[in-house]
Design a protein around this ligand. Structure first.
Ligand code: 0X9
Ligand code: CA
Ligand code: CA
Ligand code: CA
Ligand code: ZN
Length: 444
């Protein structure tokens, strides 16, 4: 029912735009394809806006349901990324939108170097540099690191998993931990988080007792770059594009890209927590796992089922920004749901809160922010029974750079998560220890 109402509203907006632009747009009630063709000028005119006077999760979910991404949540305001048509739509819904400054152009466009960060942000790694850094770390620590190309992106770039464990070449019977990075193109700091972890585990193995134990007793999978095409596209012109999705084309639409974090196969598209419109920032794709990158990673995770048992027990999916530790479900605001018992939920919250106490982020169930469907952590738990968290890294606000904090903060903001990551790795043999139920759930 909600969906129907929403479609009708979108159809009405489409009609208005259609008339304004004298574009013939067939209106088919209930059609699952978008019914409007946006003006070319709107194609890339995505900017951030602050919306005043919102507070309740339901209000935020209603805003998210217009297909914009919600980038910041404060007590009485939210910040969204919206294109011009969406900004009009939100204003028509009665919201007041204040445009926020775009990421500052750090260069004259003429000096831009294709597919690289601006010189002032040279500390960030582009795709070629990511690959080189991974290869360098693996070559320096061959006994504890193995690189595996698990598949290709839409444009044919490698999607890489680095396994960190003693006897890395063998599949030992140890709890496995999944660390995924960069589903969203503009969230470049998450790749730096992965490279920090490779460096840290490489350098501190045999020196730091916690790191040494983690490497010995666990198998840690670091997937540094789930969306290499989107990342390259975001920096391709030398000035940041605020791109979020992957870059695969959408048949019948001028708009590219699927929001990978709405494309996972648990309750995909169930709950108005994603968009059916290819133009939107939260477009869920034509079907679950229609994004090749999502399929590659989901297949990899399914491949970790050995002897009928999923070896991966816990994970973190890194995003920016807002400084949050989030746990599922995102598709419902209920604490518990089919497949999520009170004990499951309590263990999620106990470990999540402890990690948040260490990095200073705010812990909460992801739907307390806004409802999402098809997110990775819903799938990891709902489908694979993996304790999957989402971290939203630095900063908390557009003022501190939003999606593009200066490279000077990389070291501080990645090392900030060192302890939290180690905590999760240490908890991964029995997440229920956090609620004193080790006996009940983890006996032998
Ligand atoms: O909306 C998202 O995908 C994540 N926020 S972001 O600003 N990085 O886009 C948050 C996802 C939270 N929901 C779940 N984890 N289910
Ligand atoms: Ca700099
Ligand atoms: Ca091992
Ligand atoms: Ca194993
Ligand atoms: Zn994100």
């Amino acid at each position: 029912m909600r969906l129907r109402i929403r479609r009708d509203r979108r159809a009405a907006t489409a009609l208005a735009i259609g008339i304004a632009l004298a574009v013939a747009a067939p209106l088919t009630a209930g059609a699952s394809q978008p019914t409007h063709r946006p003006a070319a000028a709107d194609l890339e005119a995505v900017g951030q806006y602050e919306i005043q006077g919102t507070s309740a999760p339901a209000e935020r979910s209603a805003i998210a349901a217009t297909g914009v991404s919600i980038d910041e949540v404060k007590q009485h305001t939210v910040v969204v990324s919206a294109d011009r048509a969406q900004a009009r739509e939100l204003r028509a819904l009665g919201h007041t939108l204040k445009p926020l400054p775009a990421p500052s152009p750090k260069l004259p466009a003429s000096a831009a170097k294709a597919f690289d960060f601006p010189p002032t942000d040279a500390g960030y790694h582009n795709y070629a540099e990511i690959t080189a850094e991974i290869d360098r770390q693996v070559a320096a620590h061959p006994e504890i690191m193995r690189k595996q190309v698990i598949g290709k992106s839409y444009e044919g770039r490698d999607i890489v998993a680095v396994k960190i464990s003693d006897n890395a070449a063998a599949d030992e019977d140890e709890p496995e931990v999944l660390l995924t990075h960069h589903q969203h193109a503009r969230e470049h700091l998450t790749v730096e988080m992965a490279l920090y972890l490779l460096r840290e585990f490489g350098d501190d193995y045999g020196k730091d007792s916690r790191v040494t134990k983690a490497v010995k007793d666990r198998e840690i999978w670091v997937l540094p770059d789930l969306n290499p095409d989107g990342g390259a596209y975001d920096i391709a012109t030398g000035s940041y594009r605020s791109w979020r999705k992957n870059t695969q084309p959408n048949p019948g639409s001028a708009y590219r890209g699927t929001d990978m974090n709405r494309n996972w196969a648990h309750r995909w598209g169930c709950c108005d927590g994603s968009s059916v419109f290819p133009r939107d920032n939260t477009y869920r794709g034509a079907r679950a796992e229609s994004a090749p990158e999502v399929k590659v990673v989901a297949d990899f995770v399914r491949g970790r089922v050995v002897g009928g048992e999923q070896q991966i027990t816990a994970g973190i999916d890194f995003h920016t920004y807002s400084e949050l530790v989030l746990w599922p479900y995102g598709f419902t605001t209920s604490d518990t749901a089919p497949g999520m018992t009170q004990d499951d939920r309590d263990a999620f919250a106990a470990v999540g809160r402890k990690m948040a106490a260490s990095n200073g982020y705010k812990p909460m169930q992801s739907s307390d922010l806004y409802v999402t469907d098809g997110s990775i952590d819903d799938w990891l738990w709902g489908d694979q029974k993996v304790f999957g968290y989402t971290f939203e890294m630095y900063p908390t606000s557009n003022r501190d750079g939003g999606f593009y904090p200066p490279d000077e903060v990389i070291e501080r903001e990645t090392s900030r998560n060192r302890d939290a990551v180690l905590q999760l790795i240490e908890s991964a043999d029995c997440m229920y220890r956090s609620i004193g139920k080790e006996q009940q759930y983890c006996a032998d």
